[in-house]
Design a protein around this ligand. Structure first.
Ligand code: F0G
Length: 494
């Protein structure tokens, strides 16, 4: 592996150079439909945060200025996608809309068989119910929250086989999403291949900062899988960004098109699934495979849990927009937009010494809450506290990806997360550079005033996926102190 030269390696040949030499990401689209935003005064933002139980999932969108909670279902759609929704065929069975989607999936992923599911986690539900048995173990480069929950629901466990440097916050490693091949071989030896239903690879590894894996790594995983007769399940929800980094960082693929890179990854997999809320800027999901036998094993679950085979719980209008979005998912100008904007924010914060995951990945900018708030322990929920503080001082809504996002262990103890992150997602083609600069400014102010931020504690705590609807409170009057300092520094500014 080579390491990253700070600016060069990220510059696509098509990056527009500025006379000043400054790196400025440029939108390769124009905005034609807009949505009005509110920026409430800080006093009202603090009230909104209290009403939301210090959980950004529970904020109302009308109280949010920049919604950086997720890119899921919030990417901007293209004019072609919107137009396609007008010609949807709403037949329950044999819909033309579904036929169009199936054709595009086959063209883009190279898979003959396709099962629609209402979103990514529904695909995970089907795959884990069909293939995972009690006592099984599923190796993966890193877990995603819903993936882990579904595997455990089916009686299995996940084993995360990331490389030793994957969780380093400040790094120049190009492929922190790689699977550790040695650990994979050891796991198969220890547990026995008969207890490993599949190996899961997640493109654009979400929970460690949208970090990619390389084709070289995927080929090595395939080799081990073949030697042991184990299948590979590939999650391509975030594959666009992973493809971007493969093209930018893996010499063999620098001259390959995104479509060729995606086919290379899919050809190395047995079952492919996705959240269309991410990959195709629409809403829905699906499972694709070349293997008829695997398809038949999963097929009957779709009418039972999702809907008939030609809609799978997805509106036909969304099926049409998925079809167009899947084609656009291999358009370089669509792919490059969000990693280039993310890089802009990550590099700007990094230059100021603000702890942020480097190199910039896909999906979003990830602030390292442990580095930001070293005076807090994992049990004070630093990523949750930072999410609340950032919303209060800016109206920017991010997502906690730390200890709150972990569930308690069987003894009821909090499980400190390996990384404590505040994710600021970049829904594709949604924010302008001035909005990104505003977020940067408020993060910098928060960094200078970080010692004011205190911890959180639960007041209502669900047992599973508690981060979604759990309610918390500040463990001291730190939010009020933060507000007072904001007023002192910014006067009557919003
Ligand atoms: N796999 C990955 C890698 C994901 O990021 C997600 C969703 C899913 C599966 C589940 O898909 O939401 O359509 O059911 N990630 C969203 C996020 C929730 O905000 O990162 P879904």
């Amino acid at each position: 592996f080579f390491t990253i030269q700070p600016t060069e390696i990220f510059m696509s040949n098509e990056t527009i150079k500025m006379t000043s030499g400054e790196y400025v990401p440029i939108e390769m689209h124009k905005v034609r439909v807009v949505q009005k935003l509110n920026l409430l005064p800080i006093e009202q933002r603090l009230k909104a945060m209290e009403d939301a139980g210090f959980n950004t999932f529970l904020l109302q969108n009308r109280d949010v200025f920049m919604d950086m909670l997720t890119d899921s279902g919030t990417n901007a759609m293209s004019d072609q996608q919107i137009a396609s929704m007008m010609v949807a065929d709403d037949a329950y069975a044999g819909s033309e809309s579904f036929n169009r989607l199936q054709e595009v999936v086959e063209e883009v992923l190279g898979t003959e068989y396709f099962l629609p599911a209402h979103q990514g986690r529904a695909a995970e539900h089907i795959i884990s119910q069909v293939f995972v048995k009690k006592g099984d173990i599923v190796p993966m480069n890193f877990h995603f929250t819903t993936t882990k929950a579904h595997i455990e629901l089916a009686g299995g466990k996940v084993a995360e086989l990331f490389t030793d440097d994957a969780l380093e916050i400040k790094s120049d490693k190009p492929f922190k999403g790689n699977m550790d091949i040695g650990k994979l071989k050891d796991l198969i030896k220890t547990h026995g291949k008969e207890h490993i239903p599949y190996i899961r690879m997640e493109a654009g590894t979400n929970l460690i900062g949208g970090q990619p894996f390389s084709v070289e790594n995927m080929r090595a995983v395939r080799k081990v899988a073949d030697e042991n007769g184990i299948m590979i399940v590939l999650d391509i929800s975030l594959v666009c960004e992973n493809m971007y980094f493969i093209k930018m960082r893996e010499p063999e693929f620098m001259d390959k098109s995104p479509a060729e890179i995606l086919r290379t990854l899919c050809d190395l997999s047995d079952v492919i699934y996705f959240s269309a809320r991410k990959i195709s800027c629409s809403r829905g999901g699906g499972i694709a495979t070349k293997n008829k036998e695997l398809y038949l094993k999963m097929r009957d679950m779709i009418p039972l849990f999702e809907g008939f085979l030609t809609y799978g719980g997805i509106s036909v209008r969304e099926i049409e927009s998925m079809a167009v979005g899947m084609r656009e998912a291999v358009d370089w100008n669509v792919i490059r937009h969000s990693p280039e904007f993310i890089k802009y924010l990550v590099d700007s914060l990094d230059k100021k010494g603000i702890p942020v995951i480097t190199p910039a990945g896909g999906l979003g900018c990830h602030l390292d809450a442990r580095g930001f708030l070293p005076h807090l322990s994992s049990f004070d929920y630093p990523a949750g506290a930072l999410a609340a503080a950032l919303y209060i001082v800016s109206g920017v809504r991010g997502m906690e990806r730390g200890t709150i996002s972990m569930d308690r262990d069987e003894q009821g103890n909090d499980v400190p997360s390996e990384v404590e992150l505040l994710r600021l997602a970049f829904p594709r083609r949604v924010f302008t550079l001035s909005q990104v600069k505003y977020a940067e400014d408020r993060i910098e102010w928060l960094w200078k005033n970080r010692e004011l931020i205190g911890g959180l504690r639960f007041t209502e705590e669900p047992k599973v996926l508690r981060f979604f609807v759990g309610r918390l409170e500040a463990s001291s009057d730190w939010p009020q102190k933060l507000l007072a300092k904001f007023r002192e520094d910014f006067g009557d500014s919003l």
